[in-house]
Design a binder for this molecule. Sequence first.
Ligand SMILES: [Zn+2]
Length: 58
Amino acid sequence: MVCRCCNNEVTPVSNGLNNTGIIILVLTVLFCIPLVWLPFVMDSCKKKVCPSCGQEIL
Ligand SMILES: [Zn+2]
């Protein structure tokens, strides 16, 4: 994966939830507390950060 910020070929590191993850987290808290772990295991909900420059990789 190439970082758009520093143009290095990097392996992104996971760092918390992205916007999608936060929305799903809020929805599960409101409507379905037992599924609150869901966004934390879904890869599409995780924020991916460049280990080189620290910018989020989309
Ligand atoms: Zn970078």
